[in-house]
Design a protein around this ligand. Structure first.
Ligand SMILES: *Cc1c(COP(=O)(O)O)cnc(C)c1O
Length: 393
């Protein structure tokens, strides 16, 4: 079927391999020819419970029978339940549900600008980090610090000031009367897994408080257990004024959330909305995911799996003359010390292993949070043989 498949009607936005996936279970994917793949991409850190997990299947089936959609202009029980769960676990006070990470971040930017208009004399600039990634809408592309996007889709949305990650003095120097917020990822995922240090996050929290501006954390990749805590900011003991979630929150379905402290909740009627925002079908899945990830022992197991993965990667690194392992929990990257990551990922795919190369010199690992040690060992065994063959040339 793969050979006969006609790809012409699918918009060509990225170089996709000529494989057609038709099934998934846990850490494994199956293509149309019956080949299986060990999946360490998981929809880009999205399928936190793996492919087609029980809790999501059950939530979808149960909710689809009860109520799928009833307009964002009405409350529904699942929207309320998910907002309750998220506020309870985050220490923030109100939630707006959305459909993608970019949409949640777009909402965060709007909320900050509204807050600036109301309380900061029209201040609207947001300080963001070089190499940061916040999504693909016009505003979130402008907020991102991707060099390749510098001149794409001009004119750009203005009002984003870039500084280097972990440079507190640069942030302090960039704050003006026009500044309304600082926005960043606790770990830059798309850039290749680079952490905001704990001292930097703590100092940023203090600095933004002192200067009377908002701290926005984009936890779209780091949230929902990915780093071994429910939210990445917990490692630093920091609570932002605004937080965004997506990816893992839906466990594979399109779901995102904008969370805010009550002092930042300043939308007025008509300022924010969206046809599918808060629909009960997706919200029911979000509840099932949060309930699974907050089960006693779940996050401890993520920490353990992350330690096992890091240990195996360090051993592999020593054998192949690679560098350090970056990241936390089950969001890790291996520095290969040479620009072979795309070749390694391509050969790994031929051998039934899906890996992501976010940079020419790095591989990123974002397996299901339910990945077993045996699957981790299987992954590093395949990677080991692939590294040997790629290095041989
Ligand atoms: C993936 C990602 C986004 C964008 O989310 P989409 O659902 O693709 O719009 C934004 N911020 C971060 C940190 C991400 O990893």
């Amino acid at each position: 079927m793969t050979n006969a498949a006609n790809f012409d009607s699918v918009m060509d936005i990225t170089p996709r391999p000529p494989i057609v996936f038709v099934g998934g279970q846990g850490s494994w994917l199956t293509d149309s020819e019956g080949n299986t793949y060990l999946d360490f991409i998981q929809g880009w850190a999205v399928n936190c419970l793996g492919h087609s997990p029980r809790p999501i299947l059950e939530a979808l089936a149960r909710q689809a029978e009860r109520l799928i959609n009833c307009s964002p202009a009405f409350y529904n029980d699942q929207m309320i339940r998910l907002a309750d769960l998220l506020t309870r676990h985050s220490g923030l006070h109100q939630v707006f549900l959305a459909n993608s990470g970019a949409e949640a971040n777009e909402g965060a930017i709007k909320l900050a600008r509204k807050w600036g208009a109301k309380y900061r004399d029209g201040a609207h600039e947001i300080i963001t980090m070089d190499h940061g990634f916040h999504g693909r809408t016009l505003a979130t592309m402008a907020a991102s610090g991707k060099a390749q996007w510098e001149h794409l889709y001009e004119p750009k949305v203005s009002g984003f000031i870039k500084v280097p990650l972990n440079d507190l003095a640069a942030v302090a120097a960039a704050i003006t009367p026009q500044t309304v917020a600082v926005m960043l990822e606790p770990i830059q995922g798309e850039a290749g897994v680079f952490e905001a240090t704990i001292p930097f996050l703590r100092s940023l929290r203090a600095l933004t408080r002192e200067r009377g501006i908002l701290l926005i954390l984009d936890e779209i990749q780091t949230g929902v257990g990915r780093t071994g805590r429910l939210f990445g900011c917990e490692h630093a003991g920091v609570t932002p004024d605004i937080m965004t979630l997506a990816k893992g929150l839906g466990g594979g379905v399109p779901l995102a959330a904008l969370l805010a402290h009550r002092d930042a909740c300043c939308f007025e009627y008509g300022d924010q909305g969206g046809t599918f925002c808060g629909n009960p079908l997706m919200a029911a899945v979000g509840c099932a995911v949060i309930e699974a990830v907050t089960q006693p022992g779940f996050l401890a197991r993520v920490v353990q799996a992350g330690e096992h993965l890091a240990k195996r990667l360090y051993a592999l690194s020593a054998r192949h003359g690679c560098g350090e392992v970056r990241g936390m929990g089950l969001l890790l990257a291996l520095d290969l010390k040479r620009d072979i990551a795309p070749d390694v990922a391509a050969l790994a795919m031929q051998r039934g292993l899906l890996l992501n190369a976010p940079r020419p010199d790095s591989l990123r690992f974002m397996p299901a949070l339910t990945v077993s040690n045996a699957e981790i060992d299987r992954m590093t065994d395949v990677l080991d043989s692939v590294m040997t063959d790629v290095t041989k040339g």
